[in-house]
Design a protein around this ligand. Sequence first.
Ligand code: ARE
Ligand code: CA
Length: 453
Amino acid sequence: AAVAAPTGGKKVIANLFEWNWPSVAAECTGTLGPKGYGYVQVSPPQEHVRGNQWWVAYQPVSYRIESRKGTREQFRSMVSTCQAAGVKVIVDAVVNHMSGQTNGGTGWAGSSYQHHVYPGIYQAQDFHYCGRNGTNDIVNYLDRYEVQNCELVNLADLKTGSEYVRSRLAAYLNDLLSLGVDGFRLDASKHMPAADIADILRRLNRPAYVVQEVIHGAGEPIRPEEYTGNGDVHEFRYGKDLARVFRSERLAYLRNFGEGWGHLPSSVASVFVDNHDTQRDDGGVLTYRDRGIYALANAFMLAWPYGSPTVMSSYTITNRDAGPPSDGGNRTLNTTCYSGWECEHRWPVIANMVGFRNATEGAGVSNWYDNGYQHIAFSRTGRGFITINDEDFPITGRSYQTGLPAGRYCDVIHGTFTNGTCTGPIITVDANGWFAATVPAHDAIALHQNARL
Ligand code: ARE
Ligand code: CA
């Protein structure tokens, strides 16, 4: 039994990509909980092939919870520490396939394997051999059969239609549930029929949050919409479209962003500015490299009531394949923010806008304003207000209708609100809901009911 969307007041997910378990635990206590993140998403925890590339994690060789990110006990302890800090845990679950190395070997935790043989887990008969393209590889995404029965970049493709494979995958997910996790990101969901996923999810011992990775591809027969019956689905068009708007179009176009742009229904859409693939492989999206504009795009995502937002947190990318900072044995080192790790989720604008999201949950949009170009403003009715100026010049001499109760509010873009004080500018909203202020170029002002002095 899956539940369709993050529940409770705190729904923002922080994706601590490739962080090791002790560092995730420390971040839950030190930052994610205090800043109001509801979930942390962690990288695949199962045993994987050896190597120092990040993507070894996407090549399982057994379901032992033992990886370069830590041991089973460290994983268990991380889950309970995060939950004690009010942060639920979502695991990136690789269930479409096993490893892709043509030659066998020994996995991270010592399990031996061949390309289609994982002793005690899967044998040759548990995999698809589509017999196309000479290599069994997927070539043509316009062919549904090929996408689901051939191999994604040579990764041994599990027969997810078979009873044994389904029960084995469910056992893996149930093991993670027994360690306390709250949900799953199902990797490569497009490569499994939605009905196969549904069958596996029916075998879970308790409800879990589910988000499926189904990348929308123009003209492709397999569509994200097919998967919404199982849970949430990543809406990849969101980050692409938002980047295009910020880079070369107009923020004014965002007034109906989301469903109005043909994206998935808000209630099942999982959205992000970038993820670990698009920040490497899709030159168009905004990433940490874009600095202030990236912060503004995240601020918009967190302010705008569409979908369940994920904030990406990256290590510094030196080349496409390079793994995170690690020791000589490829054990991932503890995270050191701003040194080898970008920690976007800690950037003050982004972290403070998580509080805005929480304070405005459920409120609609009103008081939309735009200047026709790069300056926009809107209220989250009765609870919050934001204006973003992405012009190359400051906007001066304007007043804004917030619809907020009169009072003194912390501008959470430039200041942090703690214990009734604001470290940045204070905005005074008058009895009619108005305030006047200058918004610098490529900057913003945001107010909400939980940051009122
Ligand atoms: C690595 C090597 C390969 C080698 C393989 C096996 O790079 O050369 O053949 O190992 O030895 C990640 C990395 C891969 C890596 C793989 C396994 O990105 O480089 O391969 O791990 O270690 C499609 C899928 C989508 C998938 C993307 C990447 O539909 O599910 O491709 N995304 C997930 C993860 C990835 C991960 C995997 C799946 C595999 O997020 O990080 O790969 O577990 C169109 C289509 C999309 C398609 C896209 C790219 O847009 O619409 O569906 O996405 O093209 O082909
Ligand atoms: Ca498949």
